[in-house]
Design a binder for this molecule. Structure first.
Ligand code: NA7
Length: 535
């Protein structure tokens, strides 16, 4: 190997969000030399980039944190029921300090290429800063919603005012005072940002293509007694989360909505609505699989929207009708629907009259022009595959990942893709990741990968690769399980439907994090069944 020793690592990790940080910590614990590359100038990933007003996690604070270190989980104090972006970023930085992570992270550096060198059994990694390093293991921790996307609106470059994507928000913040703000997009990001922007801006025009279901967060200061109770019972509670369907606390009923009486349903729905957050979706066991059962939940939420929003025309526009509830990632809001009762907020339906162009002074749709001083793009991401395919990755025999995944991503367990030995993808497509509490999924993947690396090294195994047959079977299984649910009925980013030309493939695994963990553990216990190991 002609490379200098300083450019040779046991492992390269791409990304310093929660996945990359923990991966670094675990690999160090095994005595490996590790280099992490991170595009941002700090840790935190999603929470580093998403600094838009109102940005908040939709998983509760006490559940959205690492569980791997007892002292860490006992010492950290969350101030609210749902954690705000600034507080999660503080937490990420606290973890980086506590485990002295930064010394192995190269910031402001994007990995551009990674090629597997078969003769040396090494990954050759290049960055936009001219680094050339090599590593036995390449581990991507690039996130699932990190490739921000602004639709290709004609004239976007001509707009005279500032425009910002929610996922690339300026660090110095944005002053909305006296501004007329156009917000495009009503997914989680738009739904969180709009109420906060509306409090400050002169006027907000919201451009909605698809109405989304949003549930109230009822966010509030952390109840210290509750926090104490959770901390005292963390071991048991975390164990429950790991084996649950979505990696969160709380109870999901298995009963059918169709078998309950109207009165029973109302009681159940009202109780869960009053509790707040995702618990509403757990009211009945058939919400995600039976259209009629789903419609009952959906109609309850529409009823709430009609109660909250005073203008019936606006309420009807906000009431989602074209996809089953839960088939696009559910939104959790603070005052979203009520915001439309403000005199300075206008809702524009761009389903019937699409945006045709951005002009120097605003947004022009098929039937009107709306003046704006600023545009906020809450238009989402090239989810799951975007960040991976953003890197030019080539495996065995020069096979490029972009070519291999041209018809959609193919992985075994979302952990590896055949033909790319020793390349692990944390929360990759084919894993439950985005359908779960990310922290739980991240920890599971990191621990599985660390374990695997440890066993490979102990056993003198040079490479691990997915067996193409096992990969085919897994891809088929992921598809089949999704096909038993209502998920494929929505044009969601789970399906790549938000990106023109992206193959329509259901990417996450809907089987649940508990069942998935069991499967991964079984595979490892069986000597990595479905993987090919070579000495
Ligand atoms: P999402 O959920 O992908 O939302 C993007 C929004 O932008 C959604 O309402 C889109 O409408 C809208 N959009 C996208 N392109 C257009 C065009 N061309 N015209 C009009 N409207 C458009 O992204 P978020 O950032 O809100 O949330 C991402 C995830 O982060 C979320 O699921 C949580 O897990 C956290 P569409 O629905 O496609 O009609």
């Amino acid at each position: 190997d002609a490379l200098e020793p300083a450019t040779r690592y046991d492992a390269v990790v791409v990304g310093a969000g929660f996945a990359g940080m923990y991966m670094l910590h675990r690999l160090r614990g095994l005595g490996l030399t590790v280099r992490v590359f991170e595009t941002g100038d700090g840790v935190g990933g999603t929470w580093y980039w998403n600094r838009y007003p109102g940005a908040r996690c939709d998983v509760e604070s006490m559940q959205y944190s690492y569980s791997f270190d007892e002292e860490l989980q006992q010492e950290w104090e969350w101030s609210e029921r749902y954690p705000s972006q600034p507080e999660i970023l503080l937490y990420a930085n606290h973890v980086a300090d506590r485990f002295d992570l930064r010394r192995d992270i190269r910031f402001e550096t994007r990995v551009t290429r990674a090629a597997y060198d078969e003769s040396a059994n090494l990954w050759r990694v290049e960055t936009d800063r001219g680094d050339h390093v090599s590593a036995t293991y390449l581990i991507t921790a690039v996130g699932c919603l990190s490739a921000a996307r602004i639709p290709d609106f004609p004239g976007a470059g001509s707009f005279r005012g500032p425009s910002h994507h929610t996922g690339r928000w300026p660090h110095e913040g944005v002053d909305f005072t006296g501004r007329r703000v156009a917000v495009i997009g009503t997914g989680s990001s738009g739904i969180q940002a709009i109420p906060v922007i509306a409090e400050r801006a002169e006027h907000v025009t919201v451009f909605q293509r698809t109405a989304n279901y949003s549930l109230p967060a009822w966010n509030r200061p952390m109840d210290p007694e509750y926090a104490q109770w959770v901390k005292a019972n963390y071991a048991e509670l975390r164990a429950g989360m790991r084996t649950s369907p979505a990696g969160v606390m709380g109870t999901s009923n298995t009963a059918s909505a169709l078998e309950a009486t109207e009165e029973e349903r109302l009681r159940e729905f009202e109780a869960r609505w009053a509790k707040g957050g995702v618990s509403f979706l757990g009211a009945y066991g058939d919400t995600a699989i039976d259209p009629a059962a789903n419609e009952i939940s959906a109609e309850f939420v529409r009823g709430k929207i009609r109660e909250i929003v005073t203008d019936p025309r606006v309420a009807e526009l906000l009431a989602p009708k074209d996809h089953p509830i839960g088939t696009k990632r559910i939104c959790i809001d603070t005052g979203y629907y009520a915001t439309y009762n403000r005199p300075n907020v206008t809702l524009v339906d761009v389903r019937t009259a699409p945006i045709e162009e951005i002009t120097p002074t605003g947004v022009r749709t098929a039937d009107a022009e709306y003046a704006a001083d600023m545009i906020v793009y809450a238009t989402g991401y090239d989810a799951m595959t975007g960040p991976l395919l953003g890197i030019d990755i080539t495996g065995k025999g020069g096979l490029s990942l972009r070519r291999k995944w041209a018809a959609g991503p193919r992985t075994y367990l979302g952990l590896m893709t055949a033909g790319f030995p020793n390349l692990f993808t944390i929360t990759g497509p084919g894993s439950p990741s985005v359908l779960s509490n990310m922290m739980v999924s991240i920890e599971q993947h990191v621990e599985w990968i660390a374990d695997c690396v440890e066993r490979l090294r102990a056993g003198g195994i040079a490479t691990i690769d997915a067996d193409p047959a096992a990969e085919d079977a897994w891809v088929e299984h992921v598809n089949e399980v999704a096909g038993h649910t209502l998920y494929p009925r929505a044009d969601s980013w789970y399906l790549g439907a938000n990106i023109p030309g992206k193959p329509r493939v259901f990417m996450p695994y809907v089987g649940g994090v508990g069942a998935y963990r069991q499967k991964c553990d079984q595979v490892a216990a069986d000597g990595y069944a479905g993987f090919v190991l070579s000495a």
